[in-house]
Design a protein around this ligand. Structure first.
Ligand SMILES: Nc1ncnc2c1ncn2[C@@H]1O[C@H](COP(=O)(O)OP(=O)(O)OP(=O)(O)O)[C@@H](O)[C@H]1O
Ligand SMILES: [Mg+2]
Length: 251
């Protein structure tokens, strides 16, 4: 079953075309990894899927509903299904760990003070952190702890679809693998469909079922992780081996 169907998605900022006809089907329960060079539109793509950016044209169908032309009520229902780990974590500096974790859930559901606390404690536990840090501020946490708190926020309302934008960037290899394992764990626990953007091929190899490579605003390769290992596509080959020579050019 297709959970998210993206058809002919276009988005430009001024004269700069970022999404140039994206077509992508994301299966229910899939773990899709999106690869692509810096500035190719990966973050714009997932922000467009969750409605933070409005596309110029094209459609995004989630569970059979076209989200690009819907009422705010339907949009609210779609938002309830989604969790998002922003690039760089994006915790709110002035809010405690607890308030960061429940920030979006509070806006989607009626929560009492004790609901908020028990929710935050449960999610901290899911990401392997102690409730001792509930009242800490982000500046009092290490980078790896901040990523885990951001992960706790992404899973706070038990979403059906979770987006991870570069979850392991800037972490040491062990912490990166702890995050990779947590992503697999939360996906399994929640039965969620996950879409992860990463530059980290080790992370992609661990968490992906399927892989999409984006270049110049289009999906130029799509396949399973196993197909990726055997593929002889010149774009994929260049990206995976980090070659400076090849069809992918930085302008
Ligand atoms: N709100 C915006 N207004 C104008 N331009 C934008 C906006 N958001 C993104 N862009 C532009 O869109 C392009 C793609 O940005 P995006 O953040 O999607 O890249 P990315 O693939 O996620 O890169 P990275 O791997 O470095 O995070 C960039 O050139 C960026 O400047
Ligand atoms: Mg990005």
């Amino acid at each position: 079953m297709v959970k998210i169907k993206i058809q002919s998605l276009y988005k430009s900022f001024g004269r700069h075309t970022v999404l140039n006809g994206i077509d992508l089907d994301i299966k229910q329960g899939d773990s899709l990894v999106i690869l692509g060079g810096s500035g190719t539109g990966k973050s714009v793509l997932i922000k467009t899927i969750i409605g933070l950016i409005t596309p110029d044209s094209g459609s995004i169908i989630i569970d059979g509903t076209d989200t690009t032309c819907m009422s705010s009520k339907t949009r609210f229902d779609i938002m309830k299904k989604c969790g998002f780990l922003f690039q760089n974590g994006a915790l709110f500096d002035s809010l405690t760990v607890q308030d960061n974790i429940t920030f979006f859930a509070e806006r989607l559901y009626q929560l009492s003070k004790s609901d908020k606390q028990s929710m935050a404690v449960a999610k901290l536990k899911s990401v392997g952190l102690s409730e001792r840090i509930l009242n800490f501020y982000p500046a009092e946490l290490s980078g790896g702890m901040q990523k885990r708190v951001a992960l706790a926020r992404a899973i706070c309302s038990n979403p059906e679809i979770i987006f991870f934008d570069e979850p392991t960037t800037g972490l040491d290899p062990i912490m990166a693998n702890i995050i990779n394992e947590l992503i697999i764990k939360v996906r399994t626990e929640l039965g969620a469909t996950t879409i992860t953007i990463t530059h980290d091929l080790n992370s992609a190899a661990i968490i992906a079922n399927d892989v999409a490579l984006i270049y110049q605003g289009k999906i130029i390769w799509y396949g399973s992780k196993e197909e990726m290992e055997d593929a002889d596509d010149p774009y994929l080959h260049q990206f995976v081996h980090g070659l400076t020579e090849g069809p992918i050019q930085y302008t």
